[in-house]
Design a protein around this ligand. Structure first.
Ligand code: N01
Length: 559
């Protein structure tokens, strides 16, 4: 892996934190615009999510033709995906190829954790400090730290006392992990666990799944890439991208055909027609049930039709009716937690070497030296895998001590919940961009198009901040920020999102304010709002003139 040689330079036009999907594209755009840039990442490799989440079974659940960068038609044509839904190793190879192809590595500094970012008002610059005490300065700071990148520390009694091997899916080791013949316990039944479980079951002596909340999951139906399909997709890329950017989720393929979401209510059609639509999408695989009827997220009655459809599928798949019932979600509407897409998850519970422990019946009493005690009995294990999720959306950002104007801390400003304008910037934190931040459509929509769109907007804001003698300083107004923050909650209030204790509302992290973290109106609506704001000369943003006394070498030289 290449990383940059430590140079003397410590001042840049742009500093980017995070070498994942967003950080890499931001670096590419900054370079293209002639800005000096450095990208830092705590990891020893690039790839962000796909660097860390390398557990067996990890793969994307949006088709790779859609989960890939759209900014370069040449890249689209030359890259060959070997499967419909790329696995983690292939995704990592893709991002490494992108970094190589667009000559990003010389600007990337790996193995460097950023501890703080402090705004120096006199100079109109950010001072970014690493864990090892070096400070770098930049006019613009782009946090591309990811929505699902700060692992949640499990609040489980006895955590730390197990003498066997412990792994987090979100921090899976880079060395080979021996799971064959082991007694494995996996805690959690979210997307990560649902991918890990079927793969681990194939090699484990015994696998015990500790389930607190049963989850809805749809078959992924991954398969090797068919060359005719690849040819057809590559020939139609332009139209596919256009449709992605006009869709609420940033993905449109249903069984290999691009389709925009239906517009009729699920309740306006006959039960027969509805079932046949659900069945077609179930057979198509992946997350396309998201793009089905528009009222699935707003009407309990409509939602229940889909939930019941999936429950029936679980009963069909799981042979033991008592186990099937435990695996059946009944306490939250479907889609109000992130829908999972699996490769044989429910069928895994038909295996002799797999046991389900329902933590609602028998909660974990404690983790012991030898295993996990539930319901008064100790389940002995060799390996515990924590698939317990993330401090989502705000976690990674707030792990950095960010100080804006007057030394104000972002943690304090967001103590009752995050406040942003467009999920991108906050008042009193000039020139600080949080890509896929709270209040954006990130994570609800496909990450790559959302990140590309937001970064294009960042570049426009940077450019606009220099126009007409500006100093390259941009910041949202408090009024615009308050209106956006209220808008996010108002949109959410019309949906069923509050009916589950998900990371979407911060409910998975004890003490986190319970507010909706994302813009539920969706990607295309978000693009329309941004276009309107740009057309009204960046309504809601203020652009400053240069602070007096800023040395010339600190000023931003934009092409
Ligand atoms: O995390 P999660 P994840 N005791 O928060 C359980 C994306 N992703 O890493 O539901 C016992 O979904 C918790 O139980 P409960 C995707 O956006 C994408 O799986 O809180 N159990 C839950 O079952 C996803 O949504 C892909 O009751 C405890 C699980 O741990 C997001 O990342 C793949 C517990 C956590 O589930 C996060 O997914 C993987 C405790 N103390 C992830 N604490 C793909 O693209 C937590 N749990 C395919």
């Amino acid at each position: 892996m290449q990383a940059i040689a430590q140079k003397q330079q410590d001042a840049f036009d742009v500093i980017i934190v995070g070498a994942g999907v967003a950080g890499l594209y931001m670096l590419h755009r900054a370079k293209q615009a002639g800005l000096s840039a450095r990208l830092f990442d705590a990891a020893d490799g690039i790839g962000g999510t796909w660097y860390w989440n390398r557990y067996p079974g990890a793969r994307v659940d949006i088709e790779s033709f859609e989960y890939s960068y759209s900014f370069s038609p040449e890249l689209e044509q030359e890259w060959h995906w070997t499967e419909r839904y790329a696995s983690q190793p292939e995704l990592l190879r893709y991002f490494e190829h992108v970094a190589q192809r667009f000559e990003l590595y010389p600007h990337i500094q790996l193995g460097t954790r950023i501890d703080s970012a402090v705004y120096d008002e006199a100079r109109g610059q950010w001072a970014i400090a690493t864990q090892t005490g070096q400070t770098y300065r930049a006019r613009f700071c782009v946090m591309a730290t990811g929505c699902l990148s700060a692992p949640k520390v499990p609040d489980i009694p006895g955590y730390g006392s197990f003498r066997g091997d412990c792994y987090f899916t979100s921090r899976w080791p880079h060395e080979p992990v021996e799971l064959a013949g082991k007694r494995i316990g996996v805690i959690g039944t979210g997307s990560s666990a649902i991918q890990f479980t079927p793969v681990a079951a194939q090699v484990a002596a015994h696998l015990t799944v500790f389930q607190r909340t049963p989850n809805y999951s749809i078959p992924l139906r991954n398969r090797p890439m068919d060359l005719d399909y690849e040819k057809r997709m590559k020939a139609g890329y332009e139209q596919l991208r256009r449709m992605q950017w006009r869709s609420p989720g940033g993905f449109v393929l249903v069984g290999g055909e691009p389709r925009l979401p239906l517009t009729t209510s699920a309740l306006a059609v006959s039960a027969e027609e509805r079932l046949s639509e659900f069945e077609a999408r179930w057979q198509a695989g992946g997350l396309c049930l998201y793009t089905c009827y528009p009222d699935l997220m707003t009407s309990k009655e409509a939602n229940e039709t889909l939930a019941e459809f999936v429950r029936a599928k679980i009963r069909e798949k799981v042979v033991n009716p008592a186990v099937a019932e435990k695996l059946t979600p009944r306490n939250h509407p479907i889609l109000t937690k992130r829908l999972c897409a699996d490769s044989g998850y429910f069928e895994t519970f038909n295996r002799d070497n797999v046991t389900l422990v329902d933590l609602q019946e028998t909660p974990i009493e404690t983790i012991t030296e030898r295993g996990i005690r539930v319901g008064g009995r100790e389940i002995e294990l060799d390996v515990i895998v924590f698939a317990t999720g993330f401090d989502a959306v705000t976690g990674a950002l707030l792990n950095i001590d960010i100080r804006g104007r007057r030394g104000q801390s972002l943690r304090a400003a967001w103590q009752d919940g995050p406040k942003t304008y467009l999920g991108l910037m906050s008042a009193d934190f000039p020139n600080l961009f949080n890509v896929a931040g709270p209040g954006s459509t990130a994570s609800l929509s496909s990450a790559i198009p959302c990140d590309e769109h937001q970064i294009d907007l960042v570049m426009r804001l940077i450019t606009r901040s220099r126009n007409g003698g500006g100093a390259g300083i941009v910041e949202p107004t408090h009024a615009a920020q308050d209106a956006w923050t209220e808008r996010i909650q108002a949109i959410a209030a019309k949906t069923l999102i509050h009916e589950s204790n998900s990371w979407y509302v911060g409910a998975n992290v004890p003490g986190k304010p319970r507010v909706v973290l994302l813009d539920l109106e969706g990607f295309s609506a978000y693009i329309d709002v941004c276009d309107g704001i740009i057309a009204r000369d960046y309504e809601g943003f203020v652009f400053e003139s240069a602070p007096a006394g800023v040395p010339a070498e600190d000023s931003v030289a934009l092409a």
